[in-house]
Design a protein around this ligand. Sequence first.
Ligand SMILES: C[S@@+](CC[C@H](N)C(=O)[O-])C[C@H]1O[C@@H](n2cnc3c(N)ncnc32)[C@H](O)[C@@H]1O
Length: 386
Amino acid sequence: MTVIPNDIDNLNQLNRISPLFDIQLTSYGGRACFSTQDIPKGTEVLLTSEPIGSVILYEFRKEVCSSCLKYVYGEVCKIKADEPKVANVDEENQTNSKKKGNKKKFQGAGLWFCSEECKVQYQSKPSCNQLIETFETLLTYYQTKVKSPEVEDDDSEFKPIITKEYIDSFWEEVNQWDITASKTKHSKLVAQQLPKINSDEYTTVRFVTSVLHNLHHTHSETSVAYYHSLQSNEEDKIRAFPTLLLSQTLVYKFLRICLPEHLQPLLSTDHFRELCGREYGNSFGIWQQTSTNTEAGSIENENKEFLGYSLYPEASYFNHSCGPNLRKIRVRDRMQFETIKDISKGEQMCIDYFHILDEPRDERQKILKKNWFFDCGCDRCENEKI
Ligand SMILES: C[S@@+](CC[C@H](N)C(=O)[O-])C[C@H]1O[C@@H](n2cnc3c(N)ncnc32)[C@H](O)[C@@H]1O
């Protein structure tokens, strides 16, 4: 069951996301955004800050610009990240690499850009050097431990009944592993315990790392507080994809062994579980945009490839409606929300999660339940109830 937070009072203590709306409880449960005044059609109600976490899928890493997220089918980005000038690798990792004499040539940290301007813009972000060094370290470890497709886990027999207790017991074993790992030398952990991971797991490694880095370095206290209040879908997600449980524990162990010292305190099994549970229901897909980018951004009217995903806590309190009054537009790596109807004071402000507005009610309900784990309680679904 999804745990729906009911912390309106705490949220309302925070700086408002926008003067145009606040967060209140809905009649069908959970929180949502409600307008604080009449808002005419065509008004921008939110332009997010940079995502608190973001990742490009491994298969698209060379084709999607890490800065503006531009993707053109068949085109490879030609520019890699520059090696940070000030070395900042955590000491033990550095010592291990040096001892073994295997300090590799800088590979670009798996970050690719469509232009010099995009690279400069990305690399001028606060603490970006540390993030690049961390990504480079993770990439290097991943390359030594990549799980080849022929040894993928056989999950055909893995059909447990997923309950909260089952998930907790799985993670209890990881807590025990963590205690032992904390007493083991890093070099021994790398040699004996570093799990092999596949490209999807590596994608999760990168996403989690970006969140931990931004929590530590870049985002405001308010943004962090909104992040910590996001709803988690852990149980529903694991029930829908049981093999994720094992997969997540591998990702966790990989991170525990490979993350630099300064991010380690943010990595606990509790936080990791919450983060993975929040990511599923709250992040926004990075979709290929087929319309031309304009200064105002590009409207996501023709989605093609799924390239990755980003998490913007301040935009994650918009609920879905089958008759939305907002549209979302990606502007580089930010999301903009704009009214597509006049909105009256006190009305709920909603987006379309899944491009299903042309489907009949039953079909829409089925799709939302299967993919987002909720029974849609929007006005249109209520009105179309037989
Ligand atoms: C991105 S969050 C939106 C904010 C969320 N309501 C909260 O309180 O954190 C998505 C979740 O909101 C709920 N939700 C969104 N739209 C809904 C709708 N039309 N009907 C019922 N629940 C909805 C579902 O639980 C969904 O997983």
